[in-house]
Structure formats: structure tokens, C-alpha cells
Design a protein around this ligand. Structure first.
Ligand SMILES: Nc1ncnc2c1ncn2[C@@H]1O[C@H](COP(=O)(O)OP(=O)(O)O)[C@@H](O)[C@H]1O
Ligand SMILES: C=C(OP(=O)(O)O)C(=O)O
Ligand SMILES: [Ca+2]
Ligand SMILES: [Mn+2]
Length: 628
């Protein structure tokens, strides 16, 4: 059984041949299901009441972000220096249709049919476009205060032009974390207490369909919740959003392949989240926006507003909930913007394989001759850095789809780690940090507003989110040759609680985002590599010359040279890692240890059968066992 998504579903069969060589209109609410109650998932969930290392209060967090300095250039504190812009809507979308659609998205499931909406910024009354809205309900006994007021909708704002995002940003009030314009024009902000993703707080609704289709249990990133609990959290987020004076709404696309793109709506409380998704998702043209219609998937991002810990399945005040049946995601108790993009990536990991399209956690670029390279790796291994190559066209830095016709980027922007970012080392990323770019959790000088990229006071996981239009790019391109490079490790910072690199075998170089069993993606990868004659390379972008502690991270310049060598067809023998280790015995020991970890990790997958006869599982296992 498939969910009734609005697009044409193609017949999908999991390919069974392998061998890696050269390689809908709203679905009715689901029937309530019963799930095991009690402490089933206590081993995977965490308690976030542990004291923070760096800050205890919002004021302390703010003071971490601002470096003390002597005021050389007097700038007026906080306010709109260097910022201009007028308020009011500029998108030519049919206002009434959009408002009705957003009102339906924000409707409480238990009270009014939808909030009363007005376009524009309430803080600039003169410029607000009042659009007549048909009253959704007359006051009755169950009406709420939020049903009596108007909510201002800031729809598809962009950072530039006549749009008021920049002004809006600075007008969020004293209790909220603000955005500050830095010396390059990039907008710096804080994500609050959570500065990385919260995989232990991610929940996926288990219903009769997802129970059968998704990967559950040991090793899986999908921690179950039931439909009813999802609705409780959804209502919590919607009620919170409806209590606000203004709400940001982004209507955008995912996937540059026009045949396989989906329409997403992001409803959020903070300008920063709206601007982040404006940069990260594909931006519709005014005409496309006019005819946007009903989104295929909606995110309700309540940001800092927490979940209720007395709610079933909740083990902290953060909850990131995905409901594939309702085509909705709810975010409570975290403002880290990466949750939104990676949440949508999970949705693509569910939808695309149904259409025989392989979703990939990878960077991607293309040479002048049309050769395509995919860079697989967990967070911090270099997908963004290495796919941003001055001599090649950037396709995308993180999320791709490999279909029969080519590789396409899912997103419209990049999300670069910027710890220790330097102009000389990474000029392209450096230059992308300008007006419109969102800088998350970086530290800047309070007077000059120059960013200090070496400063980890807030977090090591500092980020820059910028639109792809910054680079020479090819958005979508038929595939000629694919070279595959891969390495996996878990670096500090991107996930809460990870403080130093850890050896890990993350299925598909991104187990946190997959929805189906890893062997399904593995089978598709094997088939596609074989069909396209793709070559795979394992490139170490991590420790060289010894383990973490004694060795050091291989220089970025050298990694780039190795990748250049791969592109120009150098023989693989010269790229032997043992040559870099002085202590050959230590190398052998580490290798053996790693092989042992790899083998025991793989045992998780041996029980899973693909296809009717499990032949593919056996073949993959055979490959693993003979490669020792
Ligand atoms: N040899 C190397 N190869 C790739 N990145 C490196 C290397 N040495 C250091 N780095 C740094 O590691 C980080 C890689 O992060 P990023 O490219 O954002 O990873 P990902 O996109 O895979 O999460 C960057 O800060 C980069 O400067
Ligand atoms: C944004 C993320 O991805 P990456 O670190 O791979 O860029 C993340 O994992 O939160
Ligand atoms: Ca987190
Ligand atoms: Mn990245």
C-alpha cells in the first residue's frame, strides 16, 4: 500500500540484480493504532535537562556570540544599520487563494476551521495589505482567543528587494533571539539551546503502512510514535503558531528534476527559519508561486516552544515528528535549522525509492566533460567542502536523487560547516557568505561585526546557509560517468552529545535520514553503478598517519589533489594509506579493529531479506565476507 501523494506514482520494484563492480489530496486520518506502551525506547532516548557546557541563560548565549572589543567604528546597537527595505507583500500570488490555503494548513483540529489571516508585517501597519477574509467561524463556546485575532502571514519573503524580511527580522522583540547583520551583509543568528540535530528525539508515526514499509528496530533511525501522539504534538505546534501575531510561510519545491519534484510548505515562527528554507529549498518563480496550490508536505516549526514531557513517547522537551500519512512534520523544542532540511530529506528517502529513484546523502559536482562525481560521507567528512570545487560545476552539497535520466539536486542551497573557514583555503564558500546568507551560531566582534570563524564558544557546528545561485551550477544533468568517493565517521557537533570523532558505520553514509531498510538503497546503488559503469573510491578525509589523537587530519589541499588525481585517472596503488603511517604495526592493528567493527555492524543487516527469495541479501553478504 502506498500513500496517495498527488503525483503520478510509477510502478516500483526493488531491483534484484547486484554485484558492485565498475561500477494526494489529503489522506484521511489513519485509524488509530495501538503501540507498545512503557519504556520500550528508553535506551535510545535522552534527557536534555543535563547542564549545558557553555551557557546557562539566553543572555550568556548572546554574550558568547558577541566578542568584546573596543568600539573603533561606532555602530548603533542592534538596530537596522545598513538595512533597508519596505514592508508589504511583493509576491504576485493570488492573495486570497494563498490565504485560504495557509488558513487550512494552520487550522486547529479541534476548534475553528482556520485562523483569520492578513498578509504583511504587523510592525509596519502602513504597508500591510489587508486582504478580506471570510470569517471562518462565529464565536461559539469552543472558540479560542487565537481564533478571535488576526495572524499576519509573511509569505515567501526573500532577503532582498522590496521584501521586509530584513526589517521584520530586526523587529522580533526583546525576548527572541535576533538576527544581526555582519560585516559582509550575512545575517548571523543563534539557534538557542540546540546547536545540532536531535536524532534521539526524532519520531516517525508507525501505522499499518509504515509498519510494513519502513525500517524499524535495532540500528534504525526511525523511533516510533503513534498517530494520536502525533496529533497531540501537531496541535501543540499549531496552537503555538496561532497564538503569535505573525507567522512565516514558505511555499517551495524540492528536487530539480521537474518530473519528480515535490511542493513543500514551511510554517515557522522565526524569520531566521524562513530565510534558511528560502535559501535551502528551491525557490519558485512568481508564476509557479501563483499556481502553487496545495503543498505535498508541510512542516510546522514551533522552534523553541517545547513538547510536553508528559506526552506519551516524549523523553525530552524536543520532538521532531514525521507523519508520512498526513504528509506533515512537527518541530517542537529545537531551533536548529538543519532539522527542517534533514527532515524533508527523510521524506525524499521514503518517496523516491518508490519511483526507482535512489536518494543519496552526498555532494555532487560535474566536470567540464560532463563527468559526474558523488561524494558520500557522514556529517563533517567534506561533502560540502569537496563538492565546492572551483574547477567543476556544483550540482549540490548534500542531498541528491539518482534516477534513470541523471543525478539531480534535491535542494536549492548549501549548508556549509564554517568552523575555521578561511578565505585562502575555501574561497568559494567564503565568497558565498554575503547578504542573504544565514550564519548560524558563529561568533562576531560586537563592534566591527566581523565573524571569527575559529571561535567555537557557541558550538563547533557553526554553519552558513546560502542559495546555490551563488555558484556556477548545473541543477540537473544527465549522467555520463559517475565516480563514487566515500568515507564515514561521526564528527563532533552536528548531533547533540557528540564531542569528538567516533568510529561509526552509518548505513548509506547517513543512517539518520533513511526511512527504508539500508539494503534497499544498497541494492539500488549497486544496480545503478553497474548500469552506468561507475567507479567507487574510498578517500580518507579524516585522520592520517595515526589514529585520532596521534595522527592529524589530512590537509584539505592534499585531499583536493587526491580527488584531482582520481579525476585524471591516476592508478589506485599510489593512494595506499599505510604509506603515511610511520608505525606500520599500529596501522595493521587499527585496520583489524576497524574490520571487526565493520563485521559486527553488518550483522544487523543479515536478518533482513530483500526480494522474495532473499537472494540479494546473500549476495551482498557474500561480498562483505569475501572482502576481509
Ligand atoms: N582533508 C579534508 N577534506 C575535507 N574537509 C576537510 C579536510 N580537512 C579539514 N576539513 C574541514 O572539515 C570540514 C568538512 O565539512 P563539510 O564539508 O561541511 O562536511 P559535510 O558536508 O560532509 O558535512 C570543513 O570544515 C573542512 O574545512
Ligand atoms: C546539516 C547536516 O548535514 P551535514 O553535516 O552532512 O552537512 C546535519 O547532519 O545536520
Ligand atoms: Ca540536535
Ligand atoms: Mn554538508
Amino acid at each position: 500500500m502506498f500513500y496517495a501523494w498527488k503525483w503520478r506514482e510509477r510502478e516500483t520494484k526493488i531491483p534484484v540484480e547486484t554485484s558492485v563492480s565498475r561500477a494526494a489530496a489529503a489522506r484521511d486520518a489513519l485509524p488509530r493504532i495501538t503501540t507498545e506502551k512503557g519504556g520500550k525506547s528508553t535506551d535510545v532516548c535522552h534527557d536534555d535537562t543535563a547542564p549545558r557546557v557553555n551557557f546557562q541563560t539566553i543572555d550568556e548565549l548572546h554574550s558568547l556570540q558577541k566578542k568584546r572589543s573596543a568600539p573603533t567604528t561606532p555602530l548603533r546597537d542592534g538596530s537596522a544599520s545598513g538595512v533597508s527595505g519596505t514592508s508589504g507583500p511583493t509576491t504576485p500570488v493570488s492573495s486570497e487563494t494563498m490565504l485560504q490555503s495557509v488558513s487550512a494548513s494552520l487550522a486547529s483540529l479541534t476548534r475553528e476551521t482556520g485562523p483569520k489571516l492578513i498578509r504583511g508585517d504587523p510592525t509596519s501597519a502602513a504597508n500591510v495589505a489587508h486582504v478580506p477574509v471570510t470569517p471562518t467561524s462565529l464565536p461559539t463556546a469552543d472558540v479560542s482567543d487565537s481564533g478571535l485575532k488576526f495572524t499576519h502571514i509573511l509569505h515567501n519573503l526573500s532577503p532582498a528587494g522590496n521584501n521586509p524580511l530584513n526589517v521584520t527580522v530586526l523587529n522580533q522583540g526583546p525576548n527572541l533571539i535576533l538576527i544581526v547583520v555582519t560585516s559582509t551583509g550575512a545575517l548571523a543568528t543563534l539557534s538557542g539551546a540546540k546547536t545540532g540535530r536531535s536524532p534521539k528525539d526524532k519520531r516517525v508515526v508507525k501505522d499499518e503502512t509504515t509498519e510494513a514499509e519502513l525500517w524499524w528496530g535495532k540500528g534504525s533511525p526511525n523511533i516510533e510514535m503513534d498517530e494520536q501522539t502525533f496529533l497531540v504534538n501537531r496541535e501543540r505546534a499549531v496552537d503555538y503558531l496561532n497564538s503569535l501575531d505573525k507567522v512565516f510561510v514558505n511555499d517551495q519545491y524540492l528536487n530539480w528534476d521537474p518530473e519528480n519534484r515535490i511542493k513543500v510548505r514551511i510554517v515557522s515562527a522565526r524569520a531566521y527559519h524562513s530565510l534558511f528554507m528560502h535559501n535551502m529549498c528551491i525557490r519558485p518563480t512568481p508564476e509557479e508561486l501563483e499556481n502553487f496550490g496545495t503543498p505535498d508536505f508541510t512542516i510546522y516549526n514551533a522552534g523553541k516552544f517545547p513538547c510536553n514531557r508528559f506526552t506519551h513517547y516524549m523523553t525530552s522537551s524536543t520532538s521532531v515528528d514525521i507523519n508520512l500519512g498526513r504528509r506533515e512534520m512537527v518541530i517542537l523544542g529545537t531551533q536548529y535549522a538543519g532539522e527542517m532540511k534533514k527532515g524533508l530529506f527523510g521524506v525524499m528517502h521514503y518517496l523516491m525509492p518508490k519511483r526507482k529513484i535512489l536518494s543519496l546523502h552526498s555532494g555532487c559536482n560535474m566536470g567540464k566533460d560532463g563527468d559526474v562525481a558523488l561524494f558520500f560521507g557522514l556529517s563533517g567528512t567534506g561533502k560540502t567542502t569537496l563538492s565546492t570545487d572551483h574547477n567543476r560545476y556544483l550540482i549540490g552539497d548534500d542531498e541528491h536523487c539518482w534516477s534513470e535520466t541523471g543525478v539531480s539536486n534535491i535542494e536549492g542551497g548549501c549548508y556549509a560547516k564554517c568552523i575555521d573557514l578561511a578565505r585562502e583555503k575555501e574561497p568559494d564558500i567564503w565568497n558565498a557568505i554575503k547578504f542573504g546568507t544565514v550564519l548560524e551560531n558563529v561568533v562576531f566582534d560586537e563592534h566591527t561585526r566581523e565573524v571569527d570563524y575559529t571561535d567555537k564558544s557557541v558550538t563547533e557546528n557553526t554553519r552558513a546557509a546560502y542559495p546555490m545561485s551563488t555558484f556556477r551550477t548545473r541543477r540537473y544533468r544527465a549522467l555520463d560517468h559517475t565516480r563514487r568517493t566515500g568515507y564515514t565517521a561521526l564528527v563532533a557537533g552536528t548531533e547533540e552529545g557528540v564531542k569528538e570523532p567516533r568510529a561509526t558505520f552509518s548505513a548509506c553514509f547517513g543512517a539518520a535520514f533513511i526511512m527504508l531498510h539500508p539494503t534497499k538503497y544498497a541494492a539500488m546503488l549497486a544496480e545503478k553503478m553497474q548500469a552506468q559503469g561507475a567507479t567507487g573510491w574510498l578517500v580518507n578525509t579524516g585522520w592520517s598517519g595515526g589514529s585520532y589523537g596521534s595522527g592529524s587530519r589530512i590537509k584539505l589541499a592534499y585531499t583536493r589533489k587526491i580527488i584531482d588525481a582520481i579525476h585524471s585517472g591516476v592508478p589506485s596503488e599510489i593512494l595506499e594509506p599505510i604509506n603515511a603511517w610511520e608505525d606500520k604495526m599500529a596501522y595493521e592493528d587499527t585496520l583489524l579493529k576497524l574490520a571487526g567493527l565493520f563485521k559486527s555492524n553488518f550483522e544487523t543487516f543479515t536478518s533482513h531479506k530483500i526480494g522474495d527469495d532473499g537472494k540479494l541479501t546473500e549476495e551482498i553478504l557474500q561480498l562483505v565476507l569475501t572482502s576481509e
